[in-house]
Write a protein that binds this ligand. Structure first.
Ligand code: FNR
Length: 404
């Protein structure tokens, strides 16, 4: 951004990333390079090829082809695919592309403040990492590398039930608070889940996300077509006790069809942490969620991985926001790839957004650094979009930023 002062180096940039009270100034790309470096890191010239690959990425879309080269065929298909004909995946993107922006000029945008507060937690920006399964498919360090990258970029990371690493390893790598996602709260699993809840609390997780849109698997045809299966050693300690290694055939979750609102009430009775329901598209469900005691809602179609032909989540957002009427924060995910998408989501009433596939590609390309770079690019684009539409802080983003 014109008028921004150059920053002096890696240390300063990292401190800023972890200090939400700093108001950040935009200086595209140069700062991203600095933000990737830790003082102990080897010099760029000594880094392995993965860094060079990651350095070529200038926007989120650039990470996918780079990741595809590094991932196994199975892993790439698993991450990138959706359900059935993948219409919902396509619509998630098309819907953002169709929304146009209305600029406001000659506003003082010298300082851009992206801070938000969610459930009492101040965050330097409104971009979170959505819960996604099996990070060791993308990188040998799995969720530990993700937590480190998320922290370096000031993002809250939602650890999935299908995590391939334990919280005792993930939590020390995280400087930003973690959240934890739960799937299956059926009665017969509650003893196990209660243990998971306690462990997540013990390791400092600040919220539980309950995913409610996947009582059965979607028709994941692309994954079905791959002859390979999950590689050995992909334990998911918070989901299956047994080793989910070689020979375990997808579908991934099987049926948990008897999971109902009563299960949400049970979870609320065993934790004091905020419980957020993820996967709500229907405003009536959103209303029931609030009445049941949910502290927040994530409008999501699971990145198009469950029920194909659901509408784009950005199109489902506003009716949910209207029904919820400010009682709890509403978040959204699905197809967010540009800073302008973040701006549009906030304009339509979201308090924050989550990304899924882009950070998994970053993880595959360059581990923790790749994750941080994905978030930093998205955040910088968001700051540019705010500046270019004359919105210097989050409060100033409302529907009038949309061209309609
Ligand atoms: C997911 N998602 C997901 N959601 C969830 O609640 N629990 C999970 O275990 C997973 N696992 C998972 C694996 C992979 C490989 C992907 C790509 C996604 C869905 C995720 O949280 C999020 O809703 C979407 O990824 C958002 O869409 P985008 O950003 O990927 O378009």
């Amino acid at each position: 951004m014109p008028g921004s002062k150059p920053e002096s180096g890696a240390r300063q940039t990292q401190n800023q990333a972890s200090d939400p009270s700093r108001i950040k100034r935009v200086r595209p790309h140069a700062r991203l390079e600095a933000a990737e470096r830790r003082p102990s890191d080897p010099k760029p010239s000594q880094r392995p090829n993965s860094h060079q690959a990651g350095a070529a990425a200038v926007c989120l879309a650039d990470f996918e082809p780079l990741a595809k080269k590094r991932l196994s065929h199975f892993a790439y298909e698993y991450i990138s695919s959706g359900a059935a004909d993948e219409l919902t995946i396509r619509w998630n993107r098309e819907a953002f592309d169709q929304i146009r922006l209305r600029p406001k000029v000659l506003v003082d945008v010298e300082k851009i403040d992206t801070r938000v507060t969610l459930f009492g937690q101040e965050m330097p920006h409104p971009i979170l990492l959505a819960p996604t399964a099996r990070h060791r498919l993308s990188h040998p360090e799995g969720e530990v590398a993700t937590a480190r990258g998320a922290s370096d970029a000031g993002a809250t990371f939602v650890v999935a039930s299908l995590s391939t690493r334990r919280l005792q390893d993930i939590a020390p790598a995280a400087k930003s608070p973690l959240w934890f996602q739960l799937y299956d709260l059926r009665k017969e699993r509650r003893e196990f889940v209660r243990g998971v809840v306690k462990e997540a609390e013990q390791f400092g997780c600040r919220a539980f996300i309950v995913t409610v849109d996947a009582p059965v698997d979607g028709a994941r045809n692309r994954v079905q077509r791959v002859a390979e299966q999950l590689p050995p050693g992909m334990e998911t300690p918070y989901y299956q006790k047994a080793n989910a290694g070689a020979g375990v055939v997808l579908p991934i979750m099987g049926s948990m069809g008897s999971f109902t609102w009563e299960a949400v009430e049970w979870l609320l009775s065993v934790t004091r942490l905020p419980v957020v329901l993820k996967g709500i598209m229907n405003p009536d469900d959103a209303d029931q969620a609030v009445r049941t005691g949910a502290a927040g809602i994530i409008v999501s179609n699971h990145g198009g991985r469950c029920l194909d032909t659901l509408p784009a989540s950005i199109n489902a957002l506003e009716p949910v926001v209207q029904k919820v009427a400010g009682r709890v924060p509403v978040l959204v995910d699905g197809g967010i790839r540009r800073g302008t998408d973040v701006l549009k989501a906030l304009a339509l009433g979201a308090k924050a957004v989550l990304i899924g596939r882009p950070y998994l590609y970053g993880l595959a390309v360059n581990g923790a650094e790749g994750v941080a770079k994905v978030v930093n690019i998205l955040r910088e684009e968001f700051q540019m979009a705010m500046a270019l539409t004359g919105r210097p802080d989050i409060r100033s983003i409302d529907r009038s930023v949309l061209w309609e």
